[in-house]
Design a binder for this molecule. Structure first.
Ligand SMILES: Cc1cc2nc3c(=O)[nH]c(=O)nc-3n(C[C@H](O)[C@H](O)[C@H](O)COP(=O)(O)OP(=O)(O)OC[C@H]3O[C@@H](n4cnc5c(N)ncnc54)[C@H](O)[C@@H]3O)c2cc1C
Length: 403
């Protein structure tokens, strides 16, 4: 077993770490200011476009996509430590590298299942970072953690499909540059449970599409990410050629999409935890209470040591999962993908909580990234499937061995 990163990964890590120091961290305050000054906070902020141009120039682009024709052609194991680094600044770095959700998942779907025409019209501009996209699965009216509940209808009418339904938590969709939605709905409610669904491409400007409002996340608008929209689809008509793969394929596409998406979140979460630990160590070392640095308190030692242990444990399991995805495929890595999706957000949440505590009031303020990182981390115990659903499925798989 070799725990070292290979030469290509090391080369990209060095380049990315330098890019983070020279461009990304200094841009955090600039982004904050630009969002503050913007007349419309959903407009693209110029600093993001500058970062994207620079990242692309340096070859730090589309690193997430294993497909060498369209992306960087890295394995999951090669990409994992790079995604981890971008997680240290999750509002800027992933998008700067064109590696941000939900675009990554949508690009994977189009790469795997798109027709040549769909690729030309939507995949290429996404790969070039010219447009953004949203993935519309979750609905306000039904418990969407069970995706078979999805009620939106996609009905064939002559050469078109007509879509009716309501979605929410469509990440990125508040951004006016978000030009295309991948919408999941039912083409045949009478078919077998997992064959009722389909996915279809809906351009944002199609008549009948109404972006109703932005959902808040613990009060944050999540502007840099393009927010999370509630969207109504009323008699939305698109050509039949907009269907992805075919009627009845929606559930299978959702499964294919979520595997890589989940591990990418976990990779970035490890970077968030590393940043929290770094901030905790710096702050606790620099402030004195009751005659000694806060870092000298036994309880703080415990937080720091425990954080290091938990981060290393999570990283090793994420790397093993990446390696399994590369060697036996996403299906073969199913149990591990669920294990990291259960374990990593909780780990990062724990480390962030201790880092916030060590900062005192500053920890929950706008002067440090901790509060916003905590909010983002907490949502990942819900997004891409709540913890309980992954636990249920993992436990069932484990029990099968004994039945
Ligand atoms: C910040 C954020 C971004 C998101 N981005 C997107 C996006 O881009 N596109 C998209 O389509 N969706 C997105 N989502 C939605 C997310 O995937 C759903 O919220 C999630 O799947 C849960 O669905 P639900 O909200 O309908 O919860 P419900 O299905 O109503 O579930 C509520 C709770 O019930 C419990 N529960 C459910 N099943 C079980 C079980 N078997 N055993 C025990 N307990 C159970 C869980 O605790 C669960 O949290 C996002 C959500 C957030 C918060």
């Amino acid at each position: 077993m070799d725990f070292a990163y290979d030469a290509k990964t090391e080369e990209l890590r060095t380049k990315l770490l330098a890019f983070m120091d020279s461009h990304v961290y200094p841009a955090e305050a600039v982004l904050e200011q630009q969002l503050h000054d913007a007349s419309d906070p959903w407009e693209r902020q110029p600093i993001l476009e500058e970062l994207k141009a620079e990242a692309r120039r340096q070859g730090l682009w589309n690193l997430f996509l294993p497909d060498a024709e369209h992306g960087a052609g890295l394995t999951n194991l090669q990409y994992a430590p790079l995604a981890e680094i971008t997680g240290r600044s999750p509002h800027l770095a992933p998008e700067a590298l064109n590696c941000a959700a939900p675009d990554t998942g949508n690009m994977e779907v189009l790469t795997m299942f798109g027709t040549d025409e769909q690729k030309k019209q939507w995949l290429q501009p996404l790969l070039d970072g010219e447009i953004r996209s949203a993935f519309c699965m979750t609905e306000p009216e039904v418990a969407s953690s069970d995706a078979t509940n999805i009620a939106t209808r996609i009905e064939r009418d002559g050469d078109d499909y007509v879509i009716n339904g309501r979605k929410w938590w469509s990440s990125g969709a508040m951004n006016p540059n978000c030009a295309i939605f991948i919408v999941m709905g039912k083409t045949d409610p009478d078919a077998e449970r997992h064959r009722q669904q389909a996915m279809i491409l809906v351009p944002r400007d199609t008549p009948g599409v109404t972006v109703k409002r932005a959902m808040h996340v613990f009060g944050y608008g999540d502007h840099a990410h393009g927010g999370h929209a509630e969207i109504e689809f009323t008699d939305v008509r698109v050509p039949a050629s907009h269907l992805i793969a075919g009627e009845g394929e929606g559930f299978a596409i959702a499964q294919a999409r979520l595997g890589p998406g989940r591990i990418h979140h976990c990779m970035r979460l490890i970077g968030m935890a590393e940043r929290a630990l770094e901030l905790m160590c710096r702050r606790a070392s620099s402030r004195v209470a009751f005659g000694k640095p806060i870092a000298a308190q036994g309880v703080v030692h415990e937080w720091i040591a425990e954080s290091r242990v938990r981060i290393e444990q999570a990283r090793l399991l994420v790397l093993k999962t990446a390696w399994l995805m590369d060697t036996v495929g996403n299906k073969g890595a199913h149990t591990e993908i669920q294990a990291i999706k259960i374990g990593t957000p909780s780990m990062t949440e724990w480390v962030l909580d201790k880092a916030i505590q060590a900062h005192g009031g500053a920890g929950v303020s706008q002067d440090f990234p901790l509060a916003e990182l905590w909010a983002a981390t907490r949502t990942l115990r819900l997004a891409d499937g709540p913890d309980e659903v992954h636990r249920m499925s993992l436990a069932k798989r484990e029990l099968k061995k004994y039945v």
